[in-house]
Design a protein around this ligand. Sequence first.
Ligand code: TYD
Ligand code: MG
Length: 451
Amino acid sequence: MAKAKSVFFCAECGYESAKWLGKCPSCGSWNSFVEEKVQKKGSAPAAVSARGHKPMPIKEVKQGEESRLQLPDAELNRVLGGGLVPGSLVLIGGEPGIGKSTLMLQVALDANVGKVLYVSGEESESQIADRARRLGASGENCYLFGQSDPEAILAAAKEMKPAFVVIDSVQTLQASWIDSAPGTVSQIRDSAALLMRFAKESGIPVFLIGHITKEGAIAGPKVLEHMVDTVAIFEGDQQHQFRLLRCTKNRFGSTFELGIYHMEGSGLKPVANPSSLLLGLRNESLSGTAAAAIVEGIRPLIIEVQALVSSAVYGTPQRSSTGYDVRRLHMLLAVLEKRCGFKLASKDVFINLAGGLSVKDPSIDLAVVASVLSSSEDLSLSANTCFAGEVGLSGEIRPVMRTEQRLSEAAKLGFTRLFISSHSPTLPEAPAGLEVLRVSRVRDLLAAMFG
Ligand code: TYD
Ligand code: MG
């Protein structure tokens, strides 16, 4: 038997080296090498028989688009770009306890597309069956398999020919031809490569569930993300009940799609109208709240921004924010101070976004400014007002994309006033009942808001 040898892998790209290196010669990242004892007990098995594959003209290649599988979960279909593409390898990442297993088990139980193979290396068959009962689905076509050896999984899949396979999780896979622990770079890389060849050659789509490290990256080598066709990250914090499924890579669709779920006692439920939940408990008489009309991916959402401005008790004022970039908050406060003459330098400023969402769309700036002004002046804003605009360094309010979508979302939720930048292009008719107010500078906002 071959002797176990120490090999070093770059955790970023999977580059293999016989000795430790400070800098990876392949991807250039620093301090990314991890040591693994690897004992190859032979070579990787073939995923499917080695068929005589020949190059062929592009016109003769069958198109897979029409045959996308429609899963029972409309949100997941949307995130995947309109259904599951045959032969695709999809990675669902997320922190422990976020609901990855629940989501995929629900899909496997409710799918009406033929047999489904649900493989788990984390839970036993009886534990999964208990959970399935709790989810209340019959799951006649769902087959459970407690297994972590990729070869055994493939053998079962080849015999069963399921509509799709779910593997929970990639970190528990243990290929028998490699003698290193599950979850190590070499195990994940080789097992995933085998599953990918299987998916491509058999046309059976495979879902891989993957854990996420503290830093937010998929545990294991970065090559995993390069290998798979689609990466969807399941996020949201455990205290809040929202779960967002966000696509970060998709070979078969856009990465702008976002699925929103709500964790309930009987499993994850898609949220049909997320804005109504993100608006928090709106109370007209309180100062410091403003609604923002944002677009996450291509999905318009109205979300409540809460601000608290109070005199600093300690020498250095505190600035903290949940869900909004704190550096951007510092910038907005500097703009208010310098361009508009608000004295905020000696104030504590806290920002919170309702629902535990974290927003990157800069169009939320205007609502943040509005909530800070409302709290600082102690004037409450009408609950029927919302905002969409990016704020620049000179205090100008800049136009944002997809204004029409924001307009219709605001109108749908019963808002009567929407503030946008006066530089926004002329819009087609605003929806009935919604007044669109254009402002060009932050300085003009206060008068326009409360005037
Ligand atoms: P799970 O799918 O096990 O998370 P992951 O696979 O991402 O680690 O889900 C974990 C959480 O979801 C768990 O803390 C309990 C909660 N949960 C519910 O609230 N309702 C349910 O019906 C189920 C199945 C789980
Ligand atoms: Mg799990």
